[in-house]
Ligand binder design. Structure first.
Ligand code: IPM
Ligand code: MN
Length: 353
């Protein structure tokens, strides 16, 4: 297969983990005889510094012309601490989502056996937890009508029926490939937009009799996720709820640095780690590249290249089992490995297979 990849490394640890993601992508391509070409493009704080725009037109073109985007992370403390900043790196991410019509954000929440002890939850509660959060990504408060005055401000949570329908279809498709259990998370006891979600879902569920559909208020879902995370198989929810719940989801598994994600929709799909740009770790060769590398696995799998994805997952698991790990997940007394060393180990594993 020929694959054109737009590479958006962004800020902070982004470029370092991206280097390893690309190396793994190339090693797998070579092994399976795929032709992959890369085109790097600016985004985030980096792009603001260079051209004054966190998602420049040229980057948008590079994304549109690619088969997939490999994205790392954006964000920089110099903007976080300045509420008056006119442009922010995060706007680049939001612009990319909107312009590429990436309405479905797929965030798997899974545990890795060897990292369960890192979870803040008890072993017996979290062990075996394995669900996917499908987060709506181009609607809700993130993109609704806003006012930002000195004495009044608001964000509107608006959804249309087609927007709700299309994300629910994605969720049902995932549920069908998994344990056939879909939880629709909303706040229908309070919010009108949530009542639309629930109404549309209730109408659609009859089309999917093979999937068990249940409904849960978001506050209850936040609680259930820590009490009984194994309850969930596929959950689907609006943008802001999904943002909050997926941070909770990533941390309960003990593997925040290991979780990849995919965003799909009308144009080029984007694959990226769930974690942020971790500016404090920048340049220190300590960032965990696994979420980026697993994002490459998701990329291959998106194009139905299952063996390619499986080989990456196998290599990642082997690196963990061999204790070739970055400092934050290394077991006591074992040697420490850097971002580059973990990446190189995985590349070697793939080449030798
Ligand atoms: C995420 C991030 C973004 C979001 C930020 C960086 C704008 O937290 O992808 O979850 O809120 O969507
Ligand atoms: Mn978030």
């Amino acid at each position: 297969m020929n694959l054109k990849i737009a590479v958006l490394a962004g800020d902070g640890i982004g470029p370092e983990i991206m280097e390893q993601g690309v190396a793994v992508m190339s090693a797998v391509a070579e092994k399976f005889g795929h032709q992959v070409s890369y085109r790097e493009a600016l985004c985030g704080a980096h792009a603001i510094d260079e051209v004054g725009d966190p998602f420049p037109e040229e980057t948008f073109q590079a994304c549109k012309e690619a088969d997939a985007v490999l994205f790392a992370s954006v964000g920089d403390p110099k903007f976080d601490n300045d509420p008056t900043a006119k442009v922010r790196p995060e706007q680049g991410l939001l612009a990319m989502r909107k312009k590429l019509g990436l309405f479905a954000n797929i965030r798997p929440v899974e545990t890795f056996e060897c990292l369960i002890h890192k979870s803040p939850l008890k072993d017996e509660i979290v062990r075996g937890a394995d669900f996917i959060c499908i987060r709506e990504l181009t609607g809700g408060m993130y993109f609704g009508e806003k006012k930002e005055g000195t004495d009044e401000a608001y964000d509107t949570c608006a959804y249309t029926r087609p927007e709700v329908e299309r994300i629910l279809r994605v969720a049902y498709q995932y549920a069908r490939q998994r344990r056939r259990h879909l939880t629709v998370v909303d706040k229908a006891n309070v919010l009108a937009s949530s009542r639309l979600w629930r109404k549309v879902a209730q109408e659609m569920m009859v089309e999917y009799p093979d999937v068990e559909t249940d409904f849960m208020y978001v506050d209850n879902a936040a609680m259930r996720m820590i009490q009984d995370p194994r309850f969930f198989d596929v959950m689907v929810t609006e943008n802001t709820f999904g943002d909050i719940l997926t941070d909770e989801g990533s941390v309960i598994t003990g593997s925040m640095g290991l979780l990849p994600s995919a965003s799909t929709g009308e144009s080029t799909p984007v694959f990226e780690p769930i974690h942020g740009s971790w500016p404090q770790g920048k340049g220190l060769n300590i960032a965990n590249p696994l979420a980026q590398i697993l994002s490459v696995a998701m990329l291959y799998e998106y194009f139905d290249l299952k063996a390619e994805g499986a080989l990456i997952r196998e290599a990642v698991n082997a690196s963990l089992a061999a204790n070739v790990r970055t400092p934050e997940i290394q077991v006591e007394g074992a040697p420490q490995y850097g971002t580059r060393e973990v990446g190189a180990w995985i590349v070697d594993y793939i080449r030798q297979k």
